[in-house]
Structures are given as C-alpha cells and as structure tokens.
Write a protein that binds this ligand. Sequence first.
Ligand code: IVH
Length: 671
Amino acid sequence: MTDPASRAAHLREELAEHAHRYYVLDDPAIGDDEYDALFAELQALEREHPELVTPDSPTQRVGGLAPVSRLEKVEHLQPMLSLANARSEGELRAWVERMRNHLSREGIADPAFAFVCEPKIDGLAISLRYEDGELARGVTRGDGAIGEDVTHNVRTIASIPARIPDAPPLVEVRGEVYLSLPDFAALNERRAEAGESTFMNPRNAAAGTIRQLDPRLAARRPLSFWAYGIGAVDGVAFARHVDALAWLRRRGFPVNGEIRVVEGEEAVVAQCLDWERRRGELDFEIDGVVVKVDDTELQRRLGSVGRDPRWAIAWKFAPTTKVTTLRRVMWNVGKYGDLHPFAELEPVPVGGVVVKLATLHNEEDLERKDLREGDDVIVLRAGDVIPQVLSPAPHVVERPDRGPIPRPPARCPSCGTPTVKPEGSVFTKCPNRKGCPGQQWQLTKHFVSRGAMDVEGLGELQVGRLLREGLIRDPADLYRLSAEEVQRLDGYGEVSARKLVEAIARTRDVPFGRVLFALGIEEVGFVTGRNLAQRFRTIDALLEAGPEEIAETPGVGAKMAEVIHEQLADDDMRDLIDRLRPYVRFEVEGPPPGEGPLAGKTFVLTGTLPDLTREEATERILMAGGRVTSSVSRKTDYVVAGEAPGGSKLGKAERLDVPVVDEAALLELLG
Ligand code: IVH
C-alpha cells in the first residue's frame, strides 16, 4: 500500500486537474460520481491523518475552513488601478488622441497601436498573491492601495487554482470575481423563498459574498472568476498584454476565450459594439468593454493620471437591470392552452429601451420569486429576448401591506372556458383547444413562423386578422384561402394578397421534420420533429407507432413519448393532419440513414453563416446523410463556424483536433 501522505498528495493533484477541466476548460474527463469518490477518499484520509491537511486541499474549499473574526487590511504590492470611462465613439477617439500626444511629447512619433478588447465583467476586482506557486492571499481592491484579506472565501472558488505550476517566486494575479446570471437568479429565489432580502444585482451579491466572515456561506454561493492581468511579479516579463493572458491561461486560470487584439480605432469600436450586441447571450453580466494598449513598453511610457492608467479605458454600456413597479399580473393563453403570467410594469428605460411588459414564465415562478402586485421589482433585459422580472427589489420583502401572490384565473382570458390544472403540469390550462381563439392564434402563428413552415408576409397581426374575420379557424384553412378573400382584408392589395397565397402554396416543399414541428405537438420542438421524421419516414408510420416505438427516437424519453403519442391520437389533431395532407409534405426525402455523401459524418454549427440559416445548413447536412449535434466531442468530424462563433466550441475543437471549416467548405463537402 502507498503511504497516506503520498496518496493524499496524489489525490489532491488529481482532483485539482479534474476541477480545472470541469470549471475552466468545460471539458470534464470523468463523471461526477468518479469525482465524488476521489473526493470522499481524500476526505477520509485527512480525517484519519489530520496532519496531512494542507490549505490548498480541495476539501478545504467546502466548509473545512474556519470563520475569521474580521477582515484584515492588506497592502497590495502593486496598486490596483481603476479605469476612466468612454461613453461614445468620440470619447474613445479622444482617448487615443491623448495617448498619441503624450507619446509624441515622450519622443515617440506615430506609434502603431494594437488594442486588446476584453469584456468588462460586472463583479469585483480581486488580487491573488501566489508565493512559490501556492495561493497565499486573496485581497479585495479596497482603495486601490490597501484592500481586505478575503483568502478564506477565495479558497471556496472552484475555478481559482490553489497551486500553479511553473510559477515565479511571487506573482499577483488580478481578475474579477462574479456570480453568473443563472447562479444569481437561483440565489435570489432561494432568499425570497426563505423570506430573506434579495440582492439588487449579481455584483452586489458577489461583493456581499466575498466579504463574509464565514467561508461556509461563500461555499454555498457559487462564485466564478475571470483573470485579466498581473500585478507585481518577480522574474517574468511580458512584451505584450496578450502574452500575460496566455501565461495565465497556461497556468490554469480562466481567461475569457473571446478576447481579441485589434488595430485602429474603427476596429476597437466594432469590437465594443459586437460585445454590446452579444451581451445578452452571455451567462454573466458585463457592463462594458475594457480596451487596453497591448504593448507593455508603451503602457509603461504612458503611465497613469491619478488612479487611472492612460493606456486603458472602459467603454461603458447602458445598464440592463433596473428597478420598477409591478403594476399588474396578466395572463396569456399559449399554444397548448397553458396560461402564462406576464407583468405590466411602470415603464422604465432598461439598456436603452423603454420596458412596459415582462415575462414571468409560469405560476410557480411567481411563488418562487415571491412577487405581488405593487411590488418594486428588478427587471432584466438581455439582448433581444423579452424582458424578465428577476425578483422583488431588496427593500420589498419586509413591507407589511403586500397583497397575495397572484393566482391564475378561473376562466380562460381568451374564450371564457373554465380552466383546469392537469396533474404534473406546471401550467393551469384552457382545455378548449379547438374552439379557443387565443390558442388557435398561437398555433397558427407558430405554424407559419420562420423555423416552421416559414410563410413570408404572414406575421402575428395578419394571422389575428384572418382569424377574427373568420377566414380561417386553424392552420389547415390557410391552404384554401383565395387571393380575392385575402384582398378584402385591411392592409392587403392585389399584389400582396396574391403573394401571400403563393407563399402559402410554396410550403409544400418544407421538409417533413419541420412540418411535424409546425403542427404544434406538445414536446415536439425543431430537433425532435427532425428526429421523428428520420426515424419514421412517413406520417402514417408515426401515427401507427406506439409510445415504446416513439421512445426509440434519439432524444425522446419514455415520458415524452407518452405525451407525443397521446397528442397524435387526439381526434382534432388527426383531423388537422388529414386536412393538411393534400398540401404539405408528410414523408422524408433524401437517403435513408447510412447513405449520401456525408454518411456517418457528424457536424457542429456555431456562429452566423453568411448565406445559410442554421436550419437550412442542418437540413442540407441531413439530406446528405450527415448528423448535426450541438456540442463538440471526440465524435465530431467538423465544426462549421460562421461570424461570432461560440468561443467554447472553437476552443474545444482546437483541443480535440477537430477541423473547423467555413460555409464555403461545407458547401463543397455537400457537393
Ligand atoms: S483592468 C489597469 N480588465 O473594472 C486596469 N478591469 O473600472 C485596471 N474590470 O476595478 C483594471 N473587467 O473590477 C480590467 N477585463 C478587465 C475588467 C476589469 C472588469 C473591473 C475591475 C476594475 C474596474 C475598473
């Protein structure tokens, strides 16, 4: 048997490696069970031999740490600077101009600037001091010169290495501690449920957590970390800022994979606008872009004014969360009759747009978030998605005069039918599928939408009009519309009416998988529609299939199969399918599995392709016998990347040596 000391050291190393793969690389090599088993073994060893416990042991991250009585003041070896802001293109150009002037006074004429554009994460700055490769101290920024020692909490952050390989005797690693948006929402929900006050935003929650005296509290709130720079360091020097970032990445620190180096003000502005456009897709909040001069010698020459370096600036976005009053909770009927609550708000500008309405997901969400009419609430507007109500504002929960949590109505707001709550459903429902105008509006809207039958020129307003005027009652009626009938509607002329009828007729070419998706069968999304089509090949084979056969479809579980089977057996659904038969494609075209030029090849798509939509590219690959999956693995044959690709997919492709190709190369493969 190996001796306990070396076994413990081995386990610690192994666990650190797996944690790094899991938290930083997003590429775990072992399952949770295996990790837990290794962890339990180390815990048992340390219990038996307490003298073997080291401060960098992963067991010390979760609850093994003792509370501190107060936060000690610690001086930074190198001051932590802050940043001046630029709020417009003009201010950004003025900054570059100031740098040019400063440098020309230093005798450097016309310097060639390369700029590094990094997301400005909305958390709090932290300095991590490593001595001989061991995490010695984690210190908050404080006033920039002196911060507070929060080492006990920093040790609970899974993505911060406790030990770094190939380290200089001393280095201060600088970065941002933050709480991801999903973790923030979950934390606020838990607190609201427990009757505790909620946090205003992820930054406050992260700041409140890192300054706790008891590390067990921090361990329960999953803080994350991005590294973005180096403070004091002995024996290593970097010619460029990106070299420092690469050095950090190689030593196990999470460094954002989408940081770019660009030249010239135009390119900087383009990067800033790109981050702003994509900020809603990130799962952490960013409040701007930090632009830094890449050349460290130029940085040194530029120096700082007061606390702000001349060589860096923060391009700031408008905030995306705001507090406003929840006036009323209202209810909408969805395409399966499900009643969805939504919030009517006191209008408030969020991220540059005035928000009046926000979604509330479902009735349980109202309870979980503990929301009442009249509450002040936190609204989040991320990217182009519909704004959401995150939680009550911090001061609300203690208010004594709050009303009850709103409940779903007893009758359908669209057709007046008494509502029901099916067992196991999170939604109260309107059971009147066929006769409810609200449901038929949703179903028809879905039927004609872009990923489904994609009828050009038919939006939700026009669908509503056709239903109200009695020209259609459901999607199948669309195919019997004449141009003369359409022309009688408000907003249509002779040409647009004819075009609409033609666009409807063109849907006969829509592939079977998308037709299945368009039907609005519960549990059948775009991907499941496609998979069902591949598995059964014709509508009749699918209609004859039992739940067990349906469950053999990739991605369909037993419970889902039951629901799909039940929906397809419904008389109204059969009637709709029969009336659609003459007009749409109810069988698969293309080679059976295992044939075609791309047979056996697996693709992953990322980013926006220049010409094909994601659905079109997917269809073409399937028609050629290939497969499309959503994440990169060893089984992936090609990653097809367009504009603004996902960094983690590209990173993974690189690590696994999967070829990354563009749209042109894909088209060539397709023949
Ligand atoms: S660099 C010398 N880079 O922004 C530059 N800061 O307003 C000093 N921050 O206190 C900071 N993301 O908390 C830098 N990629 C990034 C950042 C970043 C967020 C925060 C940091 C700092 C504040 C400055």
